[in-house]
Design a protein around this ligand. Structure first.
Ligand SMILES: NC(=O)c1ccc[n+]([C@@H]2O[C@H](COP(=O)([O-])OP(=O)(O)OC[C@H]3O[C@@H](n4cnc5c(N)ncnc54)[C@H](O)[C@@H]3O)[C@@H](O)[C@H]2O)c1
Length: 325
């Protein structure tokens, strides 16, 4: 049966894809977003009668109260996203990502909202001591930025309070996303490298040996849908990494993949870095084993998709700050 779902950050890169996926699955979707990057991403959602939009800042209680009326489940994605954006405005980042998230969760508990799905990140793992190993949900977290620190703090508060609450909490740690979205981002590795190599035919890669996991945004949407339809016994008080163990790549491998797919003459400058605070390979066995989740799109699929968008000039103003956080 369809749920009434509040998607915070539903106008964002992930949120706009997640919202249309949930509508397709028969849920009613209310988006709460302050439109930091504009509202064009919502245009495709408006024709659906099960879509509703509340424009506002989640830090305002009145906005939250209005957003939570008759809601069964919250998918909390709104945030100041990424290390650079948080470092630029640390006070705002903390008030949205930490204080705002906890206030939203408090209200959800007070109202007895059944589900709270928190969009967290694999960045929480930070640097692994042994990059040949894979981290999993039980591994130690070592956040190396304000962005990840706040995500870890929210995760801990949510998981600690799950035991004494009617609200079922699930924490999803997403791998780095790629793919085309109504709110396109060209500051994410696969999208950025594909665009640079196609448009400018030039790329400077810093620290090509460092590992990261990647996932297509439509697979993130699928994982969120799966969590919402799973029983609270399966997902309550649980953390799941969202990605695919097969899709851990070194940065240099992503560059090689793109070069083999676009077949252009390109100029690549590889700048060696001894250290990267984010260097991790992640196991996604838990979500696969317990919920049957498997990613359906590969990094190659994402490169082809982004290249198609560029070659057909669907987007041409790549310098527009709209595409970067
Ligand atoms: N994109 C990734 O690779 C990735 C990876 C891991 C985790 N995540 C998490 O997924 C979520 C979505 O990321 P994204 O890539 O879609 O980012 P995004 O910046 O495209 O979207 C964030 C959205 O939140 C909204 N927002 C920000 N502050 C708000 C506020 N105070 N009130 C209401 N709305 C507000 C913005 O307007 C924006 O639409 C974030 O929580 C992020 O930490 C993303």
């Amino acid at each position: 049966m369809g749920l009434n779902v509040l998607v915070t950050g539903g106008a964002g890169y992930l949120g706009s894809v997640v919202s249309s996926y949930l509508l397709l699955k028969g849920h009613k979707v209310r988006v709460l977003d302050s439109l930091l990057h504009g509202g064009h991403s919502l245009l495709g959602l408006y024709p659906n009668r099960n879509f509703e939009f509340i424009c506002g800042d989640l830090r305002a209680d009145l906005v939250l109260e209005k957003s939570l009326v008759d809601i069964d489940a919250i998918v909390h994605l709104a945030a100041i996203v990424g290390d650079p954006a948080c470092a630029r405005e640390p006070k705002v980042a903390r008030s949205v990502n930490l204080d705002g998230s906890l206030r939203l969760f408090d209200l959800a508990k007070q109202l007895g909202i059944e589900r709270f799905v928190f969009g967290s990140t694999c960045s929480n793992y930070g640097k692994m001591s042994d990059s040949l190993k894979y981290v999993n949900e039980d591994s130690e977290l070592s956040p190396v930025s304000l962005y990840a620190e706040n995500k870890v703090q929210v995760e801990q508060t949510l998981l600690d309070s799950d035991v004494d609450s009617d609200t079922t909490v699930t924490v999803l740690r997403f791998a780095t996303a790629f793919g085309v979205s109504p709110r396109m981002r060209f500051d994410l590795t696969v999208n950025e490298f594909t665009m640079e190599l196609l448009v400018n035919r030039k790329l400077v890669v810093y620290g090509e040996q460092f590992w990261r996991p990647y996932i297509h945004i439509s697979d993130i949407a699928q994982a969120i849908g799966l969590v919402l339809q799973s029983s609270s016994d399966q997902v309550g008080g649980r953390v799941f990494n969202v990605g695919s163990t097969r899709q851990n790549y070194r940065k240099g491998e992503i560059v090689d993949l793109i070069c083999s797919l676009i077949r252009h003459e390109v100029e690549i400058e590889r700048v060696h870095k001894d250290e990267d605070p984010r260097d991790y390979r992640v196991s996604f066995d838990r979500i696969n084993r317990e919920l049957g989740f498997d990613a359906t799109r590969t990094v190659e699929d994402g490169i082809i998709e982004v290249a198609d968008l560029i070659r057909h000039q669907v987007i041409t103003d790549f310098g527009n700050p709209y595409y970067r956080n």
